[in-house]
Design a protein around this ligand. Sequence first.
Ligand code: DSN
Length: 419
Amino acid sequence: MDYSALMKKDKYVANAISSELERQRFGLEMIPSENYCSVAVLEAMGSIFNSKYSEGYPGKRYYGGQEFTDLVETLATERAKKLFDVDHANVQPYSGSPANMAAYAALLKPGDKLMGMTLSHGGHLTHGHGINFSAQRYTAVHYGVNEKTHLIDYSEVENIAKKEKPKIIVAGATAYPREYDFKAFGEIAESVGAYLLADIAHISGLIIAGVHQSPSKQADVITSTTHKTLRGPRGGLILSKKEHAQAIDRAIFPMLQGGPHMNAIAAKAVCFKEALDQSFKDYGKQTVKNAKVLADRLMEQGLTLSTDGTDNHLILADVTPKGLTGGEAESVLDEVGITVNKNTIPFDKRKPFDPSGIRLGTPALTTRGMKEHEMEKIAEFIVNALDNHDNALIKARIHDEVKDLCAEFPLYAELGGFE
Ligand code: DSN
């Protein structure tokens, strides 16, 4: 990509992008909801489709000049259906929260009961958190994880569902390190006459890779973002059974959104093409292998992990045994070029703004080409930095080692620089 026009027009923004590129190139990005999309995806995202309005759907738009928008939206939709083996796909959601909002709007009436995982155990704001539209427009009830194991206890989910009789059950989370049993969720939903919504935002890439089970047989509706393990542009996606197709499409447009972001849809089409390739399956498998090695090494070196490990791309670690809060650990790791996020751990005694844990993962590192050997090194960097959080010399040395490791796995070499 050539940034010459931007550099001429606005040096402040150009400098910010240039600095962010350096930060990404020479840091270890370990926030599990982040990834590096391809330059092809970036090119589609930054394309002239940005300018086009196209309210409606292919073949039925409210503006003229749609021959090429129809083409890319149809490509994206058909590829999404093939990838996830579903009847229907809507590629217009701006992101994951609007996708969930549309799924509820399609299936529920205001006041209906929605049952999702509680935020403090790993659920998402849109799964019925009190300050979110999902609890204000609907009646929210929750399930959580077991206090001892931190695992979803499906018999407990069933008991709550039987007692509460929700109209919809949401399966999915943002900080659950284990595989979901969608078959169990499906049976529970069916037994109480509820719809099942699978929010696979975090694990969609792992499902495509075949390392996690797909909810496509059980779920009425599936929502996802496209930028996490799926490694595409910022955006959302809704997949559904045929019988919900019309309600989903109407909920997105005209109920909740106006003009779809056609540049993002073009970029989603590219991302889905990449994900249909065998190399994406290999990527998903390696992401999980990497996370398992990282988890094992972190535990060997004294960190306590929620559920004692991981089945997916993410790890939830209690850092209080190292004498730090989650917020402090995030800052210490930032200082050595390792980016993670502070995170509540289930049954946390601390407050959400400075909880006991950190959440970290392997999607972005795996995209760079890092494997098990690098995960072992990174586990050492992390533990060493946390153990020596007040030793500036040791932290500076670790930061140098982080930069050296990053240099071995060049990022966005095709983008060049801002020279
Ligand atoms: N913000 C996302 C995450 O980090 O998991 C969830 O929407």
